[in-house]
Design a protein around this ligand. Structure first.
Ligand SMILES: Cc1cc2nc3c(=O)[nH]c(=O)nc-3n(C[C@H](O)[C@H](O)[C@H](O)COP(=O)(O)O)c2cc1C
Length: 228
């Protein structure tokens, strides 16, 4: 919130593999006291179903989002305070009249997590084929922070050119590429590393991963013992 006025981050979830990244970013934003406007692309409902078994329904988005946020990357439960969902607003991907489709709607910026190559192409070319891509175009034209957590491997030349175009347009291109220096011992640690880097790019404080402190050997220290 800013001056008592709700100023959310828009989280766009597109149809790349990596729905646990989106859950970790949303949990991190809410834990930091940020508001969230959520846009879930049509294709991402397939990846969410495939990766979590959750069928995301616009009409029941709050229940489905709660189930998503309460599930860790390994399928085990994650503690998530449900009242934090009060600070989430959901917009249907087909709703091109939604609030964030206009630059006059107050938002801090947009985090696309994960970003498919189709989404990268659409945003780089300014297609605005759905609300997610429209909000990304608006974010760029308003010179707000846009973070694009692309997930694909290998990358073809087209996507590489689109990523350069996004970088030149002012977006932060952030490959969903976990690192191993932070002492990861579980899948969730790797997910939280990427989510933490997304929050870093947005300037949102968090404790999702252990930062590099200039000393080799940290990866073999368990996170619990590090005081993190
Ligand atoms: C199970 C599944 C996994 C997918 N994983 C990826 C992926 O990791 N990266 C990617 O670029 N596309 C992936 N796709 C393809 C995208 O979903 C597809 O290109 C879609 O058109 C993206 O649409 P959107 O950007 O509007 O969400 C996947 C599709 C499915 C069904």
């Amino acid at each position: 919130m800013t001056d008592g006025k709700r100023t959310p981050w828009v989280v766009g979830v597109s149809g790349a593999s990596g729905t646990p990244y989106a859950a970790a970013v949303i949990r991190g934003l809410l834990a930091a006291g940020e508001s969230v406007d959520l846009v879930v692309s049509r294709a991402s409902r397939l990846t969410l179903l495939d990766e979590t078994g959750i069928a995301f329904r616009d009409a029941h988005w709050r229940d489905d989002l709660a189930a998503w946020l309460e599930r860790g990357a390994d399928g085990r439960p994650v503690t998530f305070p449900r009242p934090e969902l009060d600070d989430v607003r959901h917009w249907s991907a087909g709703d091109l009249a939604a609030g964030p489709s206009s630059g006059s709607y107050p938002v801090k910026g947009m985090l696309i997590v994960p970003a498919s190559t189709a989404c990268v192409a659409g945003v780089a070319l300014g297609l605005s084929k759905d609300l997610l891509q429209r909000v990304a175009s608006v974010t760029l034209k308003e010179r707000r922070r846009l973070v694009v957590a692309v997930r694909e491997t290998p990358l073809n030349g087209q996507t590489l050119r689109h990523l350069v175009a996004l970088d030149e347009a002012g977006a932060v291109v952030l490959p969903a590429s976990p690192a191993f220096y932070a002492g990861a011992t579980h899948i969730q640690d790797l997910v939280d590393f990427v989510a933490g880097r997304v929050l870093d790019a947005a300037g949102v404080p968090h404790r999702l991963y252990r930062r590099w402190e200039g000393e080799l050997g940290g990866a073999s220290r368990p996170r619990e013992a590090s005081g993190d």
